[in-house]
Ligand binder design. Structure first.
Ligand SMILES: Cc1cc2nc3c(=O)[nH]c(=O)nc-3n(C[C@H](O)[C@H](O)[C@H](O)COP(=O)(O)OP(=O)(O)OC[C@H]3O[C@@H](n4cnc5c(N)ncnc54)[C@H](O)[C@@H]3O)c2cc1C
Length: 403
């Protein structure tokens, strides 16, 4: 094996795969034998295949800086890159056919994330890209030829430039346990505080007994010690440990920093409390709907029964509870169950145009390892794809300019 490469892409996930693809594309393309993808898992793209419940929510037609958290100037530079690169049309040109759903979420038409990985892998193979799996990098050090990358097993790869695309701390079953941050802190990069994001919440259980599996369109307010922290709308799904769903995901990154988080759930966001109260009064007057079923057809029947028991036939209280059901949050399911990481390598030390480290020339940093996280809906893959492609373009330009 040729162990001296022009570029090593460290991490064969969403951002690394797109970085390698771009390095091997266009007039200034490198040769396959000059580019190595180093991946600790036994195969590339393990997480990519699991995205969007296996359907691969690749991006979103409604995308702006408001869908991301991180340093404002870095995010706005990313949005500019996104507009220039247009990662969805980039994937389309590679042969990945996509469509969007009514919420603007973009998927492969097959609704199989594995088909996206297949095509990326086939493209890279057609360019003879070197993929080295089972290579867990434990150090990246400058050397005369560029950088020496050492694996846990003691294998050594040398590369003139390195794109670090090793992901964050969420979902360690896919190879991302947070250990890769140290590759960059060695170069004096700073790490911002890390929190699990897009993760299910654990709540008090007594109130939600028997509701497992019930899904509702809701508006959520997250409070801490009576202070409103965040508002979100979307789906809420009751689970045996608490709540999940995209509305819950939207507020989940805040939980770890709060003292006494309480969720106030509005199960009928399209009705005001007086409107709901009127409906209930009229139903009661009509007389034929049993009082314990007054909420039937307004909320899920089982949820209606739970609320009836709580409110004991009091119409005012029932309307209030449907509009502001209070649930105490006791925690999150943590990094192992999170879809993404909030926090990461501080973007202050990363060039927002090229993704090159400002602290170590020749090192580029892309994807979730950075302190950028997106909402649920294709935003995180979009950042991974865009940053990977942008860094690879910058690497090719640097070779041309001989920098
Ligand atoms: C279950 C699940 C579903 C998701 N669904 C969606 C979705 O539908 N849409 C969306 O936008 N986002 C989704 N996400 C989030 C999205 O997948 C990630 O944000 C995105 O994959 C990040 O890309 P990345 O390239 O930065 O990191 P990753 O895709 O995590 O890839 C990093 C790679 O680096 C490797 N690696 C780590 N350390 C080392 C090392 N030391 N040496 C060598 N290799 C290393 C890892 O094994 C991994 O393969 C989902 C996440 C999960 C967990």
């Amino acid at each position: 094996m040729n162990k001296l490469f022009k570029v090593a892409v460290l991490g064969g996930g969403a951002s690394g795969l797109l970085a390698a693809t771009e390095l091997l594309t266009g007039d200034s393309a490198l040769l396959g034998r000059e580019v190595a993808i180093l991946e600790r898992n036994d195969r590339l793209g393990k997480k990519l295949v699991a995205t969007g419940n296996g359907q691969g929510n690749l991006s979103n037609a409604k995308l702006s800086s408001t869908n991301y958290s991180g340093a404002a100037d870095f995010i706005s530079a990313f949005i500019e890159q996104f507009n220039k690169i247009n990662p969805v049309s980039y994937l389309n040109k590679l042969g990945i056919v996509t469509e969007k759903d009514e919420a603007g979420r973009i998927y492969p038409v097959s609704r199989q994330a594995s088909s996206v990985l297949d095509i990326l892998r086939q493209y890279l193979e057609s360019k003879n890209c070197t993929a080295i799996t089972g290579f867990k990098a434990i150090s990246v050090k400058p050397c005369a030829d560029g950088f020496k990358i050492v694996s846990e097993k003691g294998d050594i790869i040398t590369a003139q430039k390195v794109i670090i695309a090793a992901g964050g701390k969420a979902a360690k079953q896919f190879g991302t346990d947070g250990s890769a941050y140290s590759l960059l802190t060695e170069f004096s990069h700073k790490l911002t505080p890390l929190y699990p994001s897009l993760v299910q919440l654990k709540t008090e259980k007594e109130l939600i007994k028997g509701l497992k599996g019930i899904k509702h369109n809701v508006a959520l307010q997250l409070f801490d010690c009576e202070k409103l922290i965040k508002f979100a709308t979307g789906d809420l799904l009751f689970t045996d440990f608490g709540v999940s769903g995209n509305a819950v995901f939207k507020i989940s990154d805040k939980i770890q920093t709060l003292q006494n988080p309480i969720l106030i759930i509005d199960f009928v966001p399209n009705f005001s409390e007086p409107e709901l109260k009127n409906i209930l009064i009229n139903r009661k007057k009509q007389g034929y709907i049993p009082t314990r079923e007054l909420l039937n057809g307004i909320v899920h029947k089982k949820l209606g029964e739970t609320i009836y028991k709580l409110c004991n036939n009091d119409i005012d209280k029932t309307a209030k509870t449907v509009k502001s059901f209070a649930l105490k949050i006791v925690g999150t399911l943590g990094f192992d169950y999170a879809q993404t990481t909030k926090g990461g390598i501080n973007t202050h030390d990363i060039n927002p145009e090229t993704y090159e480290s400002k602290l170590q020339k020749g090192i580029y940093v892309v994807g979730e390892i950075l302190d950028v996280d997106g909402e649920c809906g294709g935003y995180n893959l979009t950042f991974a794809f865009t940053s990977g492609i942008a860094a690879a373009k910058a690497v090719k330009a640097a070779f041309i300019e001989n920098k």
